[in-house]
Structures are given as structure tokens and as C-alpha cells.
Write a protein that binds this ligand. Sequence first.
Ligand SMILES: [Zn+2]
Ligand SMILES: [Zn+2]
Length: 243
Amino acid sequence: MADRLCFLGTGDSEAMDYWNTNLLLETAGRRLLIDCGYTIKYALRDMGLGVADIDGILITHIHADHCFGLERFAYETRYTHGTRIPLYLPADVYPGLWEQTLKGSMGHSSDGENRLDDFFDLQLIEDRRLHFGDATLELFPTDHTGGMATYGVIINDRLIFTSDTNPLPWIAADRSDRRIVHDCSLQAHNPVHATLDEIADFYPPEVRARMLAIHYGDTMPTRRAQIEGVLAGVAEQGSCIDV
Ligand SMILES: [Zn+2]
Ligand SMILES: [Zn+2]
């Protein structure tokens, strides 16, 4: 049976009408979250799911819309459900995630001093590859915020999810039949996200024909026809595709 990828949220970090761009991979009866932003519980509820339904989490980078839901997950899995699910982190994402982001609120609890692996089964990814259920995930560095470790992920060598990035030359040169779910800011200018105009200029038509927009803002409905003139379409929040 094919693995299934669901778009839990498709918005940018300012969106109110869409949840954070966080994905759910269902494979071999298990569920992996790809990113866990501050809207994650609302997004899961919309899919009829909750914290206890998630079997693992992968984080692409430490911006709030991709990781600020982890504090809730940590406390609920540990103290409500008594579980310790795997947390997959690129090795260079870990220090910023724990030391600079989560430790302030999670470093101490009723159990005393905590480390991140008191809450999660911490799995540092050293070689950019991860196996989960029947799925294979391959991480690649993105061109997002300088000085910060940021990644996208290729799922089953069938779908490229860029997470947050400016346009990437190797994707422009990609002549496989892989689908591409690409960061697509609807702002006129953005230094750290690909804008729709940049995507139109940077990628050849045969690549854009395999591409869906994600991480868009609340103006998406009024810009839909314009997006569909550049890309294959829009990753619809709440929808799922086989991967
Ligand atoms: Zn980001
Ligand atoms: Zn983001």
C-alpha cells in the first residue's frame, strides 16, 4: 500500500486562515509529523487526530511555525499519555532547538532538571537519511535563513518537500518525475522565502508543472488563478496524496 502524505497546514507564519505548514506522513500504520508548529493541535483536530495519534516527529528547522508545538507535545506525551515518541532531528538542528529554543520552558519540570531526551526518544540524523515505517526520507539543506540549519525532505524518492526556502538550483535542474511541494510566498519581496514571481523566473516550465505551492498567505484564494498559471496548483490544507 502506498504511503500517504497529508497537508495538515499550508500557511505562512503570518497566516490566520491556514495553519502552519506542517505535514503528516502515514506509513505502515504509523504517523510521522513533519514539523510541529504552534498551530499543530488545531491542525490535527481538523483531521480528527490528537497528540496521542502521532508516532514520531521530524523537524526541518527551528522557526516557530515549524517547532513551537513541540513543548505541548512534550508535556502531553510525557505526563498525559506516558509515552516517549521518537524525535528525529538533523544533528545541526539539535543545539538551536534545545539550548536556544525549548530549554527555557522545558529545562525544568516537576521531575526536576530535564534534557530533551527525557521527553522524546531523540534520534539525531547524521547522514541525512531516515527510515520510518515503510518510508524513506532524505534530507537536503535549503536556502532559507543564513546561519541557521534548515532542511527540506525527499519522501520515497517520489516527492520533494522544500519546507522553507528560496529557489534551489538543483530543483531547477531536476528532470525526474518527482512531485515538488514548494515554499511559495505571495508577498512581492521576501529575502528568505521563494516568491511566486521568483518561482516563475527561476524554474523551467517542466519543473513548475510538477510543483504545488505551500506556505502561502491568506491572500491565496484571490491569487489562485495566478498561482495556477505558474505552478500545477496549490497544496490544499487538509488534503492527502499518495507518495
Ligand atoms: Zn522558516
Ligand atoms: Zn515556515
